[in-house]
Write a protein that binds this ligand. Structure first.
Ligand code: NAP
Length: 287
């Protein structure tokens, strides 16, 4: 890697940041795209958060990412927030435009990009989404910009699914939104796409699945945002039934591509995410 006086530094801040793949993904993008930048991850204590932001402004850092516990805490420091990030209520990316801090959230759009990259049309589709946490919020608000016909949110804590449904309804999109408890009975035959956004199935809980695939129609597509393991129990079940399925890698990679596009103010070539997905898939298999 070439580092000189003109190299731009970007970073992730969180606590803890152990095990994050962000530096691997972003530095790979810089290398492949021949961009003179470098990306680091910093473990920042909560009582040093403000100092960190002031420091970034002082040295003119061009942008940074945030992970837990700072995705909401950054909001009062921002001069501008994109509409989707406002709805989601969490920021994962900040751009520094000559001292003006602009926040956005790329998680949901990163997930949706997977459908576009694979020529999957969401028009008139009926989607079932499990979970109502941070990942679910990002994905649900991003889905509101698409032309699906129905979105059903099911969650272990029904109140959270109800609240999310209410917020989505307030956008007044022509999409029928419902909320259910994880144990409620419903007609499974109807759904085209199932999305797991819960932590169920993530290592070390790899033998669990958030839902049985009994009763869904034979054309169901299954998506899991979990990427550790690469093939969750839910995806193994989907494979056994012959369904198309996607793991969490495309979302992980695409949200980073969108971060770079936000920082650079231009699109990366369409091959960038495919290269990166192949690279991360190999990286995680060998890890
Ligand atoms: P979160 O905000 O803590 O939400 C967790 C969700 O999982 C909630 O809906 C929670 O239900 C549900 N849940 C947890 N344990 C459960 C159980 N035993 N049974 C049923 N439901 C359960 O977490 P998050 O930030 O949304 O992250 C969720 C997953 O997405 C994680 O595995 C994370 O690694 C993954 N993720 C992937 C990407 C990517 O780029 N691929 C990006 C972001 C997140 P309750 O509301 O009832 O607690």
């Amino acid at each position: 890697m070439k580092i000189d006086w003109n190299t731009n530094l970007y970073c992730l801040i969180g606590k803890p940041i152990d095990g994050t793949y962000s530096p691997i993904i972003h530095n790979y993008i810089y290398k492949k795209q021949d961009i003179n930048s470098s990306y680091m991850a910093f473990n920042v204590d909560e009582d040093k958060f403000e100092d960190a932001i002031e420091g970034f402004l002082a040295i003119g850092l061009k942008g940074f990412n945030l992970t837990a516990p700072y995705k909401e805490k950054i909001i009062p420091y921002l001069d501008e927030i994109t509409e989707d990030a406002k709805n989601i209520g969490a920021i994962n990316t900040v751009k520094n435009e000559n001292g003006k801090l602009i926040g956005t959230n790329t998680d949901g759009d990163g997930f949706i990009k997977m459908f576009y990259d694979n020529q999957i049309d969401l028009k008139d589709k009926k989607l079932l989404l499990i979970g109502a946490g941070g990942a679910a919020r990002g994905i649900c608000f991003a889905l509101m910009n698409e032309k699906l016909s129905e979105l059903t949110i099911i969650n272990r804590t029904k109140d959270k699914a109800d609240k999310l449904k209410e917020e989505l309804d307030s956008l007044r999109k022509p999409i029928k939104i419902s909320s259910l408890h994880l144990d409620d009975d419903f007609n499974r035959e109807d759904f085209d796409i199932l999305i797991n956004t819960t932590t169920v199935g993530m290592e070390p809980d790899s033998n669990s699945s958030p839902i049985s695939l009994e009763g869904f129609n034979e054309k169901l597509m299954v998506c899991d945002v979990v990427y550790k393991p690469l093939k969750t129990k839910l995806l193994e079940d989907a494979e056994k039934r012959g369904y198309d399925y996607y793991n969490g890698i495309p979302m992980l990679v695409n949200q980073a591509i969108l971060v770079q596009e936000f920082w650079l103010g231009r699109k990366l070539d369409s091959q960038a995410s495919m290269d990166m997905i192949t690279y991360m898939d190999k990286y995680l298999k060998e890890e």
